[in-house]
Design a protein around this ligand. Sequence first.
Ligand SMILES: [Zn+2]
Ligand SMILES: [Zn+2]
Length: 244
Amino acid sequence: MTPNPFLVPVTSLRPPLGGRQHVVRTGRLDGLAITSSAVPADADVMVDADVEVVDGGVVVTGTVSSIWTGECRRCLNPVTGVVVAKVREVFERAPRLREGDLVAVDEAETYPLTGDTLDLAPMARDAILLELPLAPVCREDCAGLCPACGVDLNEQTCDCAEAPINPVWAILDSLRVAPDDVEGGAGGAGGAASSAGRSGAGGAGGGADGAASSAGAASSAGAAGSAGRSDAPGVGDDVPPDSA
Ligand SMILES: [Zn+2]
Ligand SMILES: [Zn+2]
């Protein structure tokens, strides 16, 4: 069994209080995997950090890094990258006993400092697991797979490539059909109403724009049905009293 490379002898970190030491440790850590990505079993994890001695423990500040592999969530091709997690963690001999002191250095949980060694492995594991990508993509503009036929749209096109657009056209079609229906059903009335409005405005003269348009709006609904029989004379008779 190989020794844990993430162990740092605390004796080497003995006072002066506040003294810093730069520590780099590299080694394997098992089980660094989430659903979408993982650190390969044969990949090293590196801790590169300053270790500072404080009263009752040490503070570790630096980075934990490794490589990760996963599957692009859009095209499902293998994808790999680098994971770099920043850390600032407190290791305490007596966690929870020094509330308001060491705990205040970092709101996160502290790690225990037992015996004469500082074990950076649990911190490294936590940091990597938090930083592994939840939804990796091979590149920001990955086109993904065709939802209909499954071809990789980064590499080829397909006849169904426009399928995702169809729902949009369907909506536009439905919007376009609605006026058609109205026009088809009330085409005659619409035509009569607009001509009645025009003749009314003409009768009222140029000075009665507001009255003419409101009369037109009112009469286009009301007069639309009667426009056929009342025609110009009826509308012309109505307008002068309204505008006067
Ligand atoms: Zn992709
Ligand atoms: Zn397709």
